[in-house]
Design a protein. Structure first.
Length: 289
């Protein structure tokens, strides 16, 4: 087209894409271009502002590697990752939440009642829960991928002092979907803010903090996998999570206990717990495929 104007450029883009081999790709990319064109028109974006955005993306590419993806961090901090989770979530299941970058596919097995804490620094936490279907029946054959920070607020991948798979595990639940383990109470932490995504936070007057949480992926035959997080109800960052991952049903009371005899007998660390420890009792619901 020779008569491109600010008003016609979006329709021209759509026309140029008429021969796209994938209708879905055309739908998404034409819509994306339309939103971007509208943004530039509505806000009269200057050359300097556009160049600053391109520079931020160039810097993001330069620092992205196998251990850190600055583009995913941008997605998280802009709320896009959480929005994708929410628009794809099942209404008949526990809420999903962001996966984040520290999941390990080949985590070591942990028996039901097993111990991730192993006397390490931090306050021990006992997790006693069950995975059920949306009718309340325990789910057989469920396996939980578990990962979290250590007591110092760092994941094993961030901390050379920790063993490579520290606080990572795959736990096979009991036949009725119940599970129990001992671990450490997770700590709040900051997402990486030393790159362009951190610059964006500072430009918005925002903090980089995430509330403490336990990561879980629950998988069982015949059910849709659930990627979620569990948050302590007393965490000060629940209402300012940098990546917008908190959902109301994922906020749970972490209770202080002093009598380990009230805990399941198959907890291998039950007799090694201190005089006071924390307990959380999650109930996860999976949706059938």
């Amino acid at each position: 087209m020779r008569d491109i104007t600010p008003e016609t450029i979006t329709s021209a883009f759509a026309r140029y894409a008429e021969r796209a081999p994938s209708a879905r790709a055309r739908e998404l990319l034409v819509a994306l271009a339309g939103h971007l064109h509208g943004f530039v028109r509505d806000h009269r974006v200057t050359h300097g502002e556009w160049q600053a955005a391109v520079s931020a993306l160039t810097r993001a590419a330069a620092i992205t590697d196998a251990d850190r993806n600055e583009f995913i961090l941008f997605s998280d901090l802009l709320g896009v990752s959480s929005l994708v989770d929410m628009v794809n979530a099942r209404a008949d299941a526990t809420s999903s939440s962001v996966l984040r970058p520290f999941h390990v596919e080949a985590a070591p097995p942990l028996p039901d009642g097993g111990d991730l804490w192993r006397g390490q620094a931090g306050e021990p936490l006992v997790v006693v829960g069950q995975v059920a279907d949306n009718a309340g029946r325990g789910v057989a054959g469920c396996v939980l991928d578990l990962w979290q920070t250590a007591g110092n607020g760092l994941y094993a991948q961030q901390d050379p002092a920790q063993p490579a798979m520290n606080y990572h595990a795959r736990l096979a639940c009991a036949a009725d979907g119940s599970f129990a383990l001992t671990t450490v109470r997770p700590m709040p932490y900051t997402v990486p803010d030393d790159g362009p995504a951190g610059d964006m936070l500072r430009a918005l007057g925002r903090e980089a903090w995430r509330p403490a949480h336990l990561h879980i992926i629950a998988r069982a035959p015949g059910f849709a996998p659930l990627v979620t997080e569990l948050f302590p109800a007393d965490d000060p960052w629940l209402d300012r999570d940098a990546v917008f991952g908190v959902r109301a049903d994922l906020v749970l009371p972490f209770e202080r206990m002093r009598d380990a005899r009230q805990l399941p007998a198959h907890l291998v660390a039950r007799d090694r717990l201190p005089s006071a420890f924390w307990v959380v009792r999650p109930e996860l619901t999976l949706a059938r495929v």
